[in-house]
Design a protein around this ligand. Structure first.
Ligand code: OGA
Ligand code: ZN
Ligand code: ZN
Length: 398
């Protein structure tokens, strides 16, 4: 097995059958009959040898300008151990592990599923007919068992929401739960923050008011990707939890009005989160698309809006019309999953995809105390990849 330029274990599910080259690329034929092409310069750029990749860090030291742009391989062959060996005109030799090569196929015509794309789990949109409460996992299991952790995080990526039950009655356990994934995102609300009705609140969140469907901190350039809300006490009347899928909301909005979809994904709204000692502001469309036109994030927060000043004057009426439309969609019962957090429950959701809300509660009827923290999508993605790496290593060594 050849050296790979990373820390993963590759299962050799497909063997290299033959190799060929022409002026622009190398063609690799696999045991399942597929042919995949790799450009010469791509192969040279990805040489995993110890001259091209630092042995300990597994990070590249090769620099692209040290070879000509028109570089072509001199020789390509399948080694006896099944690797792909490429010889270059200057005598350099690159040996590609077949498992690594297969996992990094980028030939669009091929039907192989590369496992090294940036996002690996497909998102599934949902509404209130999908479930009564978010996909639920056992607290002890996810805190102690990596297979349970993997199942939980996969569901979180797929549906954007989840619930973990049976957590200890410990105000810091939400930090430990986040620590199973990765870093906590610090904000001006603290590392772990309290949600309870307070006499001198810095946000509507710290009152007993209804919180309409929102994402947290649309007021920041980078909205937190993952949010945790752990329930320690919930014996007041009211204060139910609500989740809605932003992905589904945007699908519906677009099917009902392409014009409103265009407006919401181009005209910036103003967001602000001001206190006596801080003044955070950001302007962004409500719907943010990625380079493929897919939903990157949704930004909604009724009490976090500032006066609309960054929209072009002649788009303001259209902006309000589209904004009313998306808000009207969030009121539709068929989209709302409403449930009650019990002590020991934690809901964990993608704060850039899912809208969350709470119904009003009566602070005189009992106590209500949630503790939360933020993390990022990339922490979940990284943890899932490392868990997948461990699974593959276990298979390879069994
Ligand atoms: C918040 C929030 C939900 C709740 O603090 O931003 O959404 O149930 N809280 O109190
Ligand atoms: Zn090399
Ligand atoms: Zn919130």
């Amino acid at each position: 097995m050849a050296t790979t330029p990373d820390f993963a274990t590759y299962l050799h599910e497909y063997a290299v059958v033959s190799t060929a080259k022409d002026a622009r690329w190398v063609d690799v034929e696999w045991s399942d009959g597929q042919h995949t092409r790799f450009h010469h310069l791509w192969l040279r750029d990805n040489c995993p040898c110890n001259e091209c990749v630092a042995e300990i860090t597994r990070e590249q030291t090769f620099e692209i300008l040290t070879v000509p742009g028109e570089l072509a391989a001199s020789t390509v062959e399948r080694s006896r151990s099944g690797d792909v060996v490429v010889g270059w005109p200057d005598g350099h030799v690159s040996v590609f592990d077949a498992g690594w090569l297969r996992a990094h196929v980028y030939d669009n015509g091929s039907s192989s599923v590369p496992d090294n794309r940036t996002a690996t789990t497909k998102r599934i949109s949902w509404d209130s007919s999908s479930f009564d409460a978010p996909p639920t996992f056992d607290g002890t299991a996810v805190l102690t068992n990596n297979d349970s952790l993997y199942e939980w995080l996969t569901a979180l990526q797929t549906y954007g929401c989840s619930r973990v039950r049976g957590l200890p009655d410990d105000p810091d356990v939400v930090g430990a739960l986040c620590g199973r994934i990765g870093m906590v995102r610090h904000t001006n609300f603290g590392v772990l923050w309290d949600v309870k009705s307070e006499p001198d609140p810095i946000s509507n969140a710290n009152t007993s008011l209804r919180l309409p469907p929102h994402t947290d901190l649309p007021t920041r350039e980078y909205q937190p990707g993952i949010q945790f809300l752990h329930c320690l006490v919930n014996d007041a009347t009211g204060g139910d939890s609500v989740l809605l899928d932003g992905l589904r909301i945007v699908e519906i909005l677009r099917s009902e009005s392409e014009a409103h979809f265009q407006t919401l994904s181009t005209v910036p709204w103003n967001w602000a989160n001001r206190s006596k000692t801080s003044d955070y502001r950001y302007a962004s469309p409500v719907i943010v698309l990625d380079g493929n036109g897919e939903l990157a994030e949704i930004r909604v927060g009724n009490w976090l809006r500032a006066p609309l000043v960054d929209a072009p004057f002649d788009r303001v009426e259209a902006a309000y019309e589209a904004y009313r439309h998306i808000f009207e969609i969030t009121y539709r019962p068929e989209l709302v999953v409403q449930f009650r957090l019990e002590p020991g429950d934690c809901m964990i959701f993608d704060n850039r995809r899912i809208l969350h809300a709470r119904t009003e509660f009566d602070p005189n009827s009992g106590n209500r105390f949630l503790r939360g923290c933020y993390s990022e999508r990339e922490e979940v993605e990284s943890r899932l990849r490392v868990l997948e790496r461990e699974k593959r290593a276990a298979i390879a060594h069994s």
